[in-house]
Design a protein around this ligand. Structure first.
Ligand code: PMP
Ligand code: GLN
Length: 402
């Protein structure tokens, strides 16, 4: 992997998927389910495509998105978080959460400005900050708990800082931010005049606690925190909520003023995205037919299987509270760093995974920590959003070959 050109090379996810194919490795790298999303949802999209008299036309959707989906997103925020949004001005549908992230960063980061996030972080934050001419500054999340240190976040704010990029539930650590942590973030943003972009794509994927207990930390949207409305936008993804990552339907919610600024950028990125998918997602949000609970339960079982499998292979995984990924500490079994270990894992063990340093700012040479033993270079991310049989095959290979 060449880590020094992240806006030029294919992403770490695509390179890992290519390495998995080349070495016939079990792909626990890129985060996508290896099963299709709910059939009734796919049928709703098919019906919209073939029978435009009962659904939307196949021509351009409005720039803000189909009204029926904006209403469904607003209702969902009200039902789950008590957040009241006007669907005509405070909700915008985007081409995946990726576009919502891109448009937010391009709207509020400018050349010479700084954008703050916790790291490891989702890769597009760094790439989009670079495309905006801004600098991404990272505050590390430290294992084994990976809780955000809000004092360290505030201490990293400078005159140049324009945005806080939050992500809860968090990729790749699985951390779900507490209400208290979100309150602190909003206070910091208000005190220093910053815009918060809160990436909440894993909002429906909060997993059970140990022994199948209820989730210890339910998801809270940043928008449910007092004072958030003036400073924060929240982003969601149908790909993640309904296990249809290829559909690329996302949304962004916040005050009319913030949404309007971001819309100004979004309209020149893709203008709008496929109406049939938007239509189907609206139906799914209106009535998920029990899918969210079922999906969280099966992901919890998959997480538990991979967790014990990685322990059997001598690794030290965290017990992710949400999302698609576990982080495993490799320092007990190898002196290699995460990049070299992932290469060995794909080529010799037959399992593809993501080196966590590629999701940090310090992976770039100028930021690399000269001190040996940077903990973020000893972590590997494994995806468990896969069939149990896929996970078992990967575990067998690691237990017998590592
Ligand atoms: N944010 C995070 C934290 C993610 O893990 C992903 C990957 N799915 C995205 C955003 C992108 O979402 P989408 O596929 O809807 O563009
Ligand atoms: N969100 C997915 C992950 O973290 C990957 C998305 C992508 O390939 N861009 O693995």
């Amino acid at each position: 992997f060449d880590h020094d050109a992240d806006t030029v090379l294919p992403t770490i996810y695509e390179r890992t998927t290519a390495a998995a194919l080349a070495h016939e490795a079990v792909n626990l790298g890129q985060g996508f389910p290896d099963q299709e999303g709910p059939e009734w949802l796919r049928q709703a999209a098919a019906q919209a495509l073939t029978d435009p008299t009962s659904g939307p036309s196949n021509q351009y959707a409005p720039g803000l998105g189909l009204p029926v989906l904006r209403e469904a997103v607003a209702e969902d925020h009200l039902r789950r978080g008590g957040v009241s949004l006007d669907p005509s001005s405070e909700v915008m549908i985007t081409t995946g959460a990726t576009e919502a992230i891109a448009a937010s960063i391009l709207a509020f980061a400018s050349p010479g400005s700084q954008v703050l996030t916790f790291e490891p972080h989702y890769d597009s934050y760094g790439a989009m900050a670079a495309l905006a001419g801004a600098e991404l500054v990272g505050v590390p999340l430290r294992g084994p708990e990976f809780r955000p240190d809000m004092d360290a976040l505030e201490a990293a704010v400078t005159e140049q800082t324009s945005m806080l990029l939050l992500n809860t539930p968090h990729n790749p650590t699985g951390t779900v931010f507490t209400e208290q942590e979100l309150r602190r973030a909003v206070e910091i943003a208000r005190r220093h005049d910053l815009v918060i972009m809160c990436d909440e794509v894993y909002e429906q994927l909060v997993l059970t606690g140990p022994e199948g207990e209820a989730a210890p930390q339910p998801h809270r949207s940043v928008l449910s925190v007092p004072g958030a409305a003036e400073v924060a936008v929240a982003i969601g993804s149908a790909g993640k909520s309904f296990s249809v990552t290829g559909w690329k339907v996302g949304w962004l919610c916040g005050s009319a003023e913030l949404v309007n600024r971001i819309r100004g950028v979004k309209q020149f990125l893709t203008f709008s995205s496929g109406p049939a998918f938007q239509w189907a997602v609206a139906q799914g949000l209106q009535d998920d037919r029990g899918f969210f609970a079922e999906n969280a339960a099966s992901l919890s079982a998959a997480r538990d299987l991979l967790h014990s499998g990685l322990q059997s292979a001598g690794l030290r995984p965290n017990r992710a509270a949400s999302g698609y990924f576990l982080l495993a500490d490799i320092s007990e079994i190898t002196a290699l760093d995460d990049v070299a270990f992932c290469r060995l894992l794909a080529e010799e063990v037959g399992v593809a995974a993501i080196p966590v340093s590629s999701l940090t700012i310090r992976h770039r040479a100028e930021h690399r920590d000269p001190a040996e033993g940077d903990p973020l270079q000893k972590l590997v991310r494994f995806a468990f959003c896969k069939r149990l049989s896929t996970l078992e095959e990967g575990i067998d290979r690691m237990v017998s070959r590592l």
